[in-house]
Design a protein around this ligand. Structure first.
Ligand code: BG6
Length: 505
């Protein structure tokens, strides 16, 4: 693989959880795989009174070695020698000359070019300020090397604030310099959705309204909101999962083949999907179900209701579950319903896409009759037990022509010598290489907010919020969303091939 340019990463929010749980371990993994160039450096920036030694020690002490590539004890010290720390308040413009001179020192010491990646692992309130202050130091200028910015979601709170944020970023950086991370796109199994579709000829001819009845996209979580009550209560499932991860998944499943496999063409196609989704301006209550988990007992453990979680008001009306029925008004998908759902405190952690093919068109010698029809299903499992499952009808041996549904499946863990990189590992490497294909573009982010905005308004004014016991599959109203159309959800278990209302927990 081609080695990357030499670079310097500046992580804002470097003493925070994300840096030590995801960012540094991912870069360390790239280092262990020999994917980094000879010279590189990371400058952590934060308000804590840390120095290089504390920053390095903190990483070493908290690093959980689960990576097969990083098994040499000495390598963490070698990696750490590339780390630096600068204590500063990144909200204040007058602190930035200090940043510039530190960058110059590190650059000279390590003989680095002016290739800078600024990673904003900070509260969103700083997303507009930091780029502005960097630009005041000319740290957006690409004459002597590239300058890129990675930002984490939330990219705004609604359409208006998302537009404002994009404008603030574009005031100082060009779109090609801005990398908006959606960690779902960094997942190997999500990228495989495109390969599965476009590298295999046998499914693509069937991938349309003529052969497909409906499609489900599920991202369920068994955990609650952990310690994020403050953030989550102002967000809810629509903003936290639907506007970004679920819409991106939907686009991967439904987009047209890009003209080329590059960031422009691929992202043009995803944008077209978002623009073709029929806006939910009317009859929202017939197409959207919102829920919030109530207390219950799982495996003799008492589980708190959402309203009892830390940081959540006791009268909160924030949704921890959302199910939507959508249509994509284009030639390929016109008239086919898409059902997407996500929720906290559901029975199991599963993300998957289920393609339900149409029934056989007529009944021949009994098969095809109601009791004998099979509904071919293709399950594309994102996580866990990553793999692909195809369900099809087979003749039951013996007299007559009775049909039984059987499974054919592939599991990633059956591939030998295959290391699945973490989403952050993949995405950070792509950014260093200048490849934004798996990052969200500003126009697509706005298009997704455009779809979510009317639902948010409805939610604030008149939506019904249904309770569901923690550990159940959400409000029964969400089942009716499909039942009214003669369909049903698949209730997935943690093992790809199992499903049903009751899974092993
Ligand atoms: C994050 C959300 O973006 O994605 C979290 O903020 C959610 O609330 C998480 O738990 C889910 O990601 P994953 O990779 O565990 O499916």
């Amino acid at each position: 693989m081609k080695k990357t340019d030499e670079f310097l990463i500046v992580i804002f929010g470097a003493s925070g959880d994300l840096t030590h749980r995801k960012l540094l371990p991912s870069i360390y993994s790239l280092y262990c795989q020999n994917l980094l160039p000879k010279s590189w450096a990371i400058l952590g920036v934060g308000r804590k009174e840390w120095d290089d030694t504390i920053f390095r020690d903190h990483f070493k002490t908290h690093y959980k070695n689960e990576n097969p590539h990083c098994n040499q004890l000495s390598s963490i010290d070698q990696f750490n020698s590339h780390l630096y720390f600068l204590s500063m308040d990144s909200a204040l413009e007058n602190e930035y000359p200090k940043l510039t001179s530190t960058l110059l020192d590190i650059q000279t010491k390590n003989q680095l070019p002016e290739n800078y990646l600024f990673y904003l692992s900070t509260p969103p309130i700083l997303y507009s300020l930091i780029p502005k202050h960097l630009a005041s130091q000319n740290l957006n200028n690409e004459i002597n090397g590239w300058k890129r910015i990675i930002i984490e979601k939330p990219f705004g709170y609604d359409l208006k604030s998302a537009k404002q944020l994009n404008q603030d970023l574009l005031n100082h950086y060009h779109e090609h310099q801005i990398y908006r991370i959606d960690h779902y796109l960094g997942k190997e199994t999500v990228q495989n959705l495109l390969v599965f579709r476009f590298a295999n000829e046998f499914f693509e001819p069937l991938w349309n309204k003529n052969y497909i009845d409906y499609i489900e996209v599920t991202a369920s979580e068994s955990l609650g909101i952990e310690n994020r009550g403050g953030y989550y209560d102002a967000s809810g499932a629509l903003r936290d999962m639907v506007q970004n991860h679920l819409f991106q998944l939907l686009a991967m499943v439904t987009m047209e083949a890009p003209a080329q496999f590059d960031s422009r063409s691929v992202r043009n196609e995803t944008l077209k999907v978002f623009q073709s989704i029929r806006p939910l301006n009317e009859n929202i209550e017939e197409n959207v179900v919102l829920g919030q988990y109530t207390s219950s007992k799982i495996k003799s453990e008492n589980i708190n209701a959402y309203r009892e979680e830390d940081g959540v008001p006791s009268n909160s009306r924030t949704e921890t579950y959302a199910a939507l029925k959508l249509f994509i008004d284009n030639r390929r998908w016109n008239g086919i319903p898409f059902y997407i759902r996500t929720g906290k405190r559901l029975p199991t952690r599963v993300s998957e896409v289920v393609i339900h093919f149409r029934k056989t068109p007529y009944s021949l010698l009994g098969f095809g009759s109601e009791q004998n029809t099979t509904h071919n299903q293709l399950v594309l499992r994102i996580q866990p037990d990553e793999g692909i499952l195809l369900k099809f009808g087979l003749k039951v041996p013996g007299s007559g022509f009775n049909v039984q549904t059987v499974d054919m499946n592939f599991h990633y863990n059956k591939m030998t010598n295959t290391y699945i990189p973490s989403a952050y590992e993949r995405l950070i490497l792509d950014c260093i290489m200048g490849d934004a294909t798996l990052y969200s573009r500003g126009d697509a982010v706005e298009a997704c907010w455009d779809l979510i905005d009317p639902i948010l308004k409805w939610k604030e004014k008149e939506a019904t919020l249904y309770g569901y016991p923690a550990g159940s599959w959400g409000p029964t109203e969400a089942d009716k969303l499909l039942e009214n159309d003669g369909f049903e959800w698949r209730f997935p278990c943690k093992n790809l091939t199992e499903d049903g209302l009751y899974c092993e927990l």
